[in-house]
Design a protein around this ligand. Structure first.
Ligand SMILES: Nc1ncnc2c1ncn2[C@@H]1O[C@H](COP(=O)(O)OP(=O)(O)OP(=O)(O)O)[C@@H](O)[C@H]1O
Ligand SMILES: [Mg+2]
Length: 327
């Protein structure tokens, strides 16, 4: 887990707030740094009076972490593992920020979704709650997503590919990470296309942090947006939802990609707006022979739900309309 390689507190905080090293540092300048303590009394700091100002810096102390907390992993992941620019203004990038576990949102077959708050203890007002989707460790998950999804998807190292095919323990580990990487790539791709998906904040191993999609109750309480399947929208809202979804599907198809597991369970209803989630299995229209049947199934799933709520829609008509956009 990412917790293992976190920088140690408080060195972490000190280092990060250290001013740029002065010119000449490393070329012998450090040889002149006075010893911090006198030889007899270790608490005697009088020698420090002579220390070059450039080596003196302030740091602010942070409390120790508690259970269910870790230092923000924002700076410990590579730049490409952070979300696309421009960053939304709510993303917390502070070096002293702490991630606090708030609890499990939903356990799934392959991943659990938790709520995590990221906040700098010295600036708590700027904190943010995010959804953390954590793919299960190899022993605890069942790979229900079939190989038909990954067909045509290239794996960089052939050793990994062979291991996944053989379903060895190593292969399962590779596959767990692959699904997270795949969902991360899909979120970034969809976000960059302007599609309604949660903003992808960062990926760290098998954990993806993303925007928490919420609704605000009449009394002002913020809570997780319901899945579309749990809602009973008014006829007007239902029609508006279908239009949004058709537009999103058309954008996907125009860009050569199919969700592959779309249903009213993988769409959140955030008030007037729909947000599409759960993307690890997206399939390319070109390169995957099954893409057309996945698209047909996606159309059938969503149309069945809209019909169940009273909107007269037809999956064949939707599929035909999308195909008209495709080529
Ligand atoms: N960004 C988010 N904001 C709010 N809720 C979310 C978010 N991501 C996931 N959820 C909640 O967690 C549930 C599971 O997420 P997701 O569908 O991505 O994972 P999954 O492992 O495929 O789960 P399942 O097997 O139930 O489909 C969602 O149905 C939704 O209720
Ligand atoms: Mg899901």
């Amino acid at each position: 887990m990412s917790h293992d390689n976190l920088p140690q507190h408080p060195q972490h905080v000190q280092n990060l707030q250290h001013p740029a090293f002065p010119d000449g540092f490393g070329t012998g300048a450090h040889g002149h740094v006075p010893q911090p303590y006198g030889p007899d009394d270790p608490s005697d700091l009088s020698d420090l009076a002579d220390i070059d100002d450039r080596f003196v810096f302030d740091f602010r102390a942070y409390d120790d972490l508690e259970d269910g907390q870790r230092w923000s992993t924002w700076l410990s992941v590579e730049p490409l593992s952070r979300g696309p620019e421009p960053l939304p203004d709510w993303v917390v990038t502070s070096q002293g920020a702490v991630d606090t576990e708030l609890g499990v949102l939903k356990t799934g077959k392959e991943a659990d979704v938790h709520l995590v708050e990221r906040a700098d203890p010295l600036d708590p007002g700027a904190g943010v709650v995010m959804a953390a989707k954590r793919y299960r460790s190899p022993e605890h998950r069942s790979f229900h997503r079939a190989a038909s999804y990954t067909e045509g998807r290239s794996m960089k190292r052939s050793r990994d590919e062979r291991a996944v095919k053989k379903k060895s323990t190593f292969g399962r580990q590779v596959a767990a990470g692959e699904w997270a990487v795949s969902e991360w790539g899909a979120l970034v791709r969809f976000w960059n296309l302007g599609l309604p998906v949660p903003y992808p904040v960062q990926i760290d191993g098998t954990e993806i942090l993303m925007e928490w999609i919420t609704v605000v109750d009449e009394d002002g309480t913020v809570r997780t947006a319901p899945r579309l399947a749990q809602t009973r929208p008014s006829p007007e809202l239902l029609a508006a939802y279908f239009e949004q979804l058709t537009g999103a599907l058309a954008t996907m198809v125009q860009n050569g990609v199919v969700h592959g597991d779309l249903s009213a369970y993988n769409i959140l209803a955030a008030g007037e707006r729909l947000v599409i989630i759960d993307l690890p299995q997206i399939v390319d229209l070109v390169g995957n022979l099954n893409a057309m049947s996945f698209l047909q199934r996606d159309c059938a799933n969503v149309c069945a739900w809209f019909r169940s709520r009273g909107l007269d829609v037809d999956e064949h008509a939707l599929f035909a309309e999308l195909m008209a956009h495709a080529f």
